[in-house]
Design a protein around this ligand. Structure first.
Ligand code: KG4
Ligand code: ZN
Length: 344
């Protein structure tokens, strides 16, 4: 890749949960986005923090090295290093943060700290290598739905965001993963529910919607309701799950998506916004993608759906956030510490 001294070349590092990722952006255009997942958690039915931290330590150097090689950029050509400061698992965040600090110190580069949730939203501004790509116009509303968060975010500018609604208990991704676990699917079960739902009837079974104030969400009641529903059905027919797998998945997915869109629709209307985006792991869900596209057509909204590789955790979104913060000269100091909880 040819670079000039005027280029802004950002190395992004993400290590907040169970994916180790490094990405290179040149003036906002993606040159590389390498992601190493972690298989060690599958047997435990969820992410084990200590194992995640150890796996990050093993993966971080090879992942960064691979990103630089794929981008054709030498570390001396980097302009700045952006890294996830939080929110996330502390042991995981420590690996990325410490690595970013040491590399910045060795190369004498500025560092930029990134909020993971802000980065999920800004993933919509990553451009292709040739500079192509369509991004939302301000203001827009972003529904960020991941394994740890569910938020309705009013986005006024790149770095001017307000969370106007969020879950008061479980996240949407957690709801997907928990119902999947109850059905006996391996972790993370969200993508499997999606796959089975494609073959099923979304109105075969119905589940109660929660009653929560404002633009907030709740998913813990749905999980409990689902558990009691299955228990009752399995008592009557031991093969119930096996015989109705697709319909169960389609129905629960339809319920989660309807809950998400009902509040989103209200927020869009109340804030008078006409552009909407989805972000986070659950934005990969085909039911959500189809439903928001249809709702957008009906309401006259411009709908922005991210590419699959930018839905789940990735460092490209960290690098693009780093790019915009770099432009504002918003740099991090060497004494900075990661934060497990961090507000947008
Ligand atoms: O954003 P993400 O990679 O990590 C967090 O920051 O949490 O999101 C992971 C979550 C998991 O709960 C996973 O089951 C869910 O996103 N997910 C899906 C799909 N793909 C990923 N849920 C439903 N349908 C999918 N296709
Ligand atoms: Zn995430």
């Amino acid at each position: 890749m040819s670079t000039s001294h005027k280029d802004i070349i950002i190395l992004g590092i993400e290590s907040s949960c169970d994916d180790t990722s490094a990405a290179i952006l040149q003036n906002g255009n993606i040159l590389a986005n390498i992601i190493a997942g972690q298989q060690v958690h599958v047997d435990y039915g969820g992410v084990v923090p200590e194992l995640a931290s150890r796996a990050h330590q093993q993966n971080i150097i090879p992942v960064v090295d691979k990103a630089l090689k794929e981008a054709g950029v030498s570390k001396e050509e980097l302009t700045a290093i952006a890294f996830t400061r939080g929110p996330g698992l502390l042991g995981s965040l420590l690996v990325g943060t410490s690595f970013a600090k040491s590399l910045a110190l060795a190369l004498q580069l500025p560092m930029v700290e990134v909020n993971h949730m802000q980065a999920h939203v800004l993933a919509h501004f990553i451009k292709e290598k040739d500079g192509s790509g369509t991004s939302p116009g301000f203001p827009f509303i972003c529904l960020t739905v991941s394994g740890g968060h569910t938020q309705i975010v009013l986005v006024r500018d790149y770095l001017d965001m307000e969370v106007v609604g969020e879950t008061i208990d479980d996240a949407a991704g957690e709801a997907f993963d928990k119902v999947a676990k109850i059905m006996g699917f391996p972790y993370p079960g969200g993508p499997l529910v999606d796959r089975h739902a494609k073959e099923g009837n979304p109105t075969a079974f119905s589940f109660t919607h929660p009653k929560v104030d404002g633009y907030n969400y709740s998913f813990s009641g749905l999980k409990t309701g689902f558990l009691y529903f299955l228990r009752k059905e399995v008592q009557a027919n031991a093969n119930f799950v096996e015989e109705h797998k697709n319909d169960i998945c389609a129905s629960i997915q339809h319920t989660i998506v309807s809950i998400l869109l009902r509040k989103l629709e209200r927020a869009m209307q109340d804030f008078g916004v006409t552009e909407v985006a989805i972000a986070g792991g659950v934005s990969a869900n085909s039911g959500l993608r189809e439903a928001i596209t249809a709702l957008g057509q009906q309401k006259g909204w411009k709908v922005h759906i991210p590419k699959f590789e930018y839905c789940t955790d990735n460092a490209a979104m960290i690098a693009i956030t780093g790019h915009y913060k770099f432009l504002q000269h918003d740099f991090a100091e060497q004494d900075l510490v990661p934060m497990a909880r961090m507000k947008i």
